[in-house]
Design a protein around this ligand. Structure first.
Ligand code: DGY
Length: 348
């Protein structure tokens, strides 16, 4: 699909993206916009090379694509110098390879903070109150009447929420759980972010001024401390060498038997095979997963476990956010083409 065919700069989007603002933005910047409508969920490097073709100024790509040396070299050869991921995470992008080829890399932080945190909260609640199991039960016609022992789950109020990775999304999630459910907080941040510290201090003062029961909070010095103390742990780090399999067999063993683990960051942060074993051995341990180690697949066995809530990487999937992500991605590419600075920020 092509917009503004006579545009001076050729920009390719590897996928149709929501809304039309992003197209308007690029066409206003004098771009011819080509959107790949190929009916294939994940494009290969070869597919993308042929989309780039022999002349291309910029590309908007997706987190399912492998943007390394080969694609950036192809883009440079086609005269391009702008790339943006339509995602805040860019573990699928080799930024050094882009830099070597003189191509800027943009991402889309900010617009997905609350939406992603809300999904992490939804997974927390679904796991705590066994919503999916109960829904399955109801649909299967198994409900024969109220009994005191049916789908008993965990109360969040007064329990401790552990946040690993206190960037924008982790901090927004912590705020939701503290203010919404009066949970106490323990958090660990790999980049020593002070975002949460300032917030919890101010919120504590606010509760005190209203003579309400205060929430407690603690900044942990290790991930282990969070895992050992929290009743709910939500993971929000970026995926890199230091966070690959951050949650492994040994660390899972540190968690409480009835704890809840939530992951809406990146799948490989958890050793998924170890998680499946842990869930099998600990039926009261529950997990809410938006992301998987080898998407679109999940580790065999996970699909059968009632103590797992699984959704297909939809944390940022609200209309407002997805349109915002598309607009930011377009802005990154248009800015570079027009000679302005590109938004690029790893602090999510
Ligand atoms: C991102 O932007 O990194 C998200 O994973 C997309 O939902």
């Amino acid at each position: 699909q092509v917009w503004n065919p006579a545009g001076k700069h050729r920009v390719v989007s590897t996928k149709p993206m929501p809304g039309t603002r992003w197209i308007g933005l690029l066409t206003a910047a004098g771009c011819r916009v080509e959107v790949c409508t190929e009916n294939k969920t994940i494009l290969s490097v070869e597919d993308i090379r042929s989309l780039i073709g022999t002349q291309c100024d910029g590309v908007i790509g997706q987190l399912t694509e492998d943007w390394g040396e080969e694609l950036f070299a192809a883009l440079r050869k086609a005269g391009g110098h702008a790339f943006s991921n339509m995602a805040v995470g860019y573990n699928n992008v080799d930024v050094d390879a882009a830099t070597r080829n003189g191509i800027s890399v943009g991402n889309t932080p900010g617009v997905l903070t609350e939406t992603t945190a809300e999904l992490a909260a939804a997974l927390t609640l679904a796991a705590a109150r066994r919503v999916v199991e109960a829904d399955d039960f109801m649909r299967a016609g198994k409900y024969e009447g109220w009994i005191p022992t049916l789908f008993v789950g965990n109360l969040l109020k007064g329990q401790t929420v552990g946040v690993v990775g206190a960037g924008r999304i982790g901090a927004a999630y912590a705020r939701m759980m503290i203010e919404g459910f009066k949970m106490n907080l323990i958090y660990y941040d790999l980049y020593q972010s002070t975002r949460l510290e300032n917030y919890v201090t101010a919120y504590g003062e606010f509760l005190k001024s209203r003579r309400e029961v205060p929430v407690t909070w603690k900044r942990a010095t290790t991930v282990e401390e969070v895992l050992g103390e929290a009743d709910v742990v939500s993971l929000h780090p970026v995926l890199d060498k230091t966070t690959y399999h951050l949650i492994n067999k040994e660390r899972l063993a540190l968690m409480k038997k009835e704890a809840i683990l939530v992951n809406a960051s990146r799948g490989p942060v958890i050793d998924e095979a170890a998680l499946v074993e842990h869930l099998k051995e600990n039926p009261m341990f529950r997990v809410g997963l938006d992301v998987f180690e080898d998407e679109p697949h999940m580790k065999p066995g996970l699909e059968k476990l009632p103590n797992a809530v699984v959704v297909p990487h939809i944390a940022s999937a609200s209309k407002w956010t997805r349109e915002g992500m598309a607009t930011l991605a377009a802005l990154n590419v248009a800015a570079k083409i027009k000679g302005y600075p590109v938004w690029h920020d790893s602090n999510n």
